[in-house]
Ligand binder design. Structure first.
Ligand code: TYD
Ligand code: MG
Length: 456
């Protein structure tokens, strides 16, 4: 009997079956099975110190120092990471090719090296020369930054054991392979095996580790879903090809919140932090044109002003078109229905296109009222008064509901020179320092629209 047998593995979740299946019984994905040669089935323990015996310990006796966290000095990155990189943490960064993943980690490593950390950058994609050229371009030629170009897992592990870095980067998990498996680098079993061993190593030697991962067409990190469960933090680096700025978003973080985003701009000398994203997102706002509203939206703990644009035009189709870019399509449809029902404004014969200027995505209910005012503004061809910011959640009965962190939203609008902020009435009772900005509360969308479009 042959030693090697073939198995079929789901490329989405890693489930294995002896025969090809059209639909994965585990994750319900279609057409994700492909054939692999299985040599040995081994299990890895993800936990540290598998060589020594583990016993239960009281939680207060576990030692912990604040110095166990490395701060990169890149604020936008540190905030998304939850304050810095914890010793032994494994951070997975995913993103489209060319978005700037390698640039981001190289800059972070340089900064850490300058702070005295011993760092190692393992690249399976680029040659030493290419990395040197990039480092020159970024001005990051620190002598404590070490580069290794290698794709064999066994070699990499050897080098790590000898070199003992405190922070390690693997640029990209899809290029690393172990000779113990016969499948090609980048296949599910290779990614699962190599990542598990790297994670194991990171945990047992307390090395913080960044794993860079490619993403699939659908935007998920290529490789088995289990990869996301094995690591401590999953970050996605996103951006629009047409725009120079990039957004770093956490989708999982064992050491911090997943609401935070980091905003960067890709320049000729690398990624620059954008400390004032509001200015960036509303910079090109057309003054006094219909269909645009500025909304103070919350991204984690940080308020960001964004511009919501709407275009409402008579339709030539029997089914009017509804397009939403940057806001949830279903949510936008609900808002259109509420608007029609509660204010009597006819929209069934109109195409409606919604867009968040700058290409940012918002998943926050506080922008509802801004969507409403933009649609009405475009429909009536009447601009929202300049220097007015609008925020509030809208319910199905047309009521304007209170939103969280109203004080920071108003403060951000004031900081950027807005003179008026329209908010939910229920938020007015929250104590906050109103400052110079005029704050007006509304109970329903009807009141809001009457106020916004009849004041003159
Ligand atoms: P890179 O970090 O190689 O992307 P990834 O690792 O995610 O594939 O970034 C490559 C892109 O960034 C490339 O299109 C060139 C651009 N870039 C700059 O604009 N400025 C720079 O200083 C650097 C290093 C790259
Ligand atoms: Mg790269």
């Amino acid at each position: 009997m042959s030693k090697n047998r073939t198995v079929f593995t789901c490329s989405f979740c890693g489930h294995q079956a002896p025969k090809w299946l059209g639909k994965c019984p585990d994750c319900d994905q279609w057409n994700t099975y492909y054939e692999e040669v299985q040599t040995k089935n081994r299990m890895f323990s993800l936990h540290a110190a598998s060589t020594t015996e583990n016993h239960p310990v009281p939680v207060h006796e576990i030692s912990f120092n604040a110095e166990d966290t490395f701060v990169t000095g890149i604020d936008e990155l540190d905030r998304v990471l939850g304050g810095g990189i914890v010793k032994g943490a494994v951070i997975l960064i995913g993103g489209d090719p060319g978005i700037g993943k390698s640039t981001l980690v190289l800059q972070a490593l340089t900064s850490l090296a300058q702070n005295g950390c011993k760092v190692l950058y393992v690249s399976g994609e680029e040659s030493l020369r290419q990395i040197r050229i990039r480092a020159e371009r970024l001005g990051s030629t620190s002598e404590r930054l070490y580069i290794l170009t290698e794709t064999s897992l066994e070699q990499i592990i050897n080098e790590i054991r000898n070199f003992q870095p405190s922070i390690l980067v693997i640029d990209s998990v899809q290029t690393i392979y172990t000779s113990e498996l016969e499948s090609a680098p980048g296949s599910v079993s290779q990614i699962r095996e190599t990542s598990a061993r790297l994670i194991n190593l990171a945990k047992s030697t307390e090395t913080a580790c960044f794993l860079i991962g490619h993403v699939t067409k659908e935007g998920a990190i290529a490789g088995p879903r289990v990869l996301e469960h094995m690591v401590d933090t999953v970050l996605y680096f996103e951006g629009d090809r047409g725009h120079s700025y990039r957004i770093l978003r956490a989708v999982k973080n064992r050491f911090g919140s997943t609401d935070e985003i980091g905003v960067f701009e890709m320049e000729t000398g690398g990624l620059a932090e954008v400390k004032n994203p509001s200015e960036l997102f509303i910079a090109e706002r057309p003054e006094n044109s219909a269909g645009s509203t500025v909304v103070p939206s919350m991204e984690g703990t940080r308020p960001i002003l964004v511009e919501i644009q709407a275009l409402v035009a008579p339709t030539s189709l029997s089914m009017p078109r509804r397009t939403a870019i940057g806001v949830d399509y279903n949510r936008a449809s609900v808002l259109v229905a509420v608007l029609e029902k509660k204010t009597g404004i006819k929209l069934y014969d109109q195409d409606i296109f919604l867009n968040i200027a700058g290409g940012i995505r918002l998943n926050e209910p506080g922008v509802d009222l801004g969507v409403i005012t933009s649609i009405v503004s475009s429909r009536m061809d009447q601009p929202v008064a300049p220097l007015t910011a609008v925020c509030g959640e809208v319910g199905l009965t047309g009521e304007v509901r209170a939103v969280g962190q109203i004080a920071s939203r108003i403060k951000e609008a004031e900081r950027l020179g807005f003179s008026k902020c329209l908010i939910p009435k229920n938020n007015l009772k929250n104590t906050f320092n109103k400052g110079k900005i005029e704050v007006i509360g509304f109970r329903t969308i009807k009141d809001t629209i009457e106020y916004v479009f009849n004041q003159k």
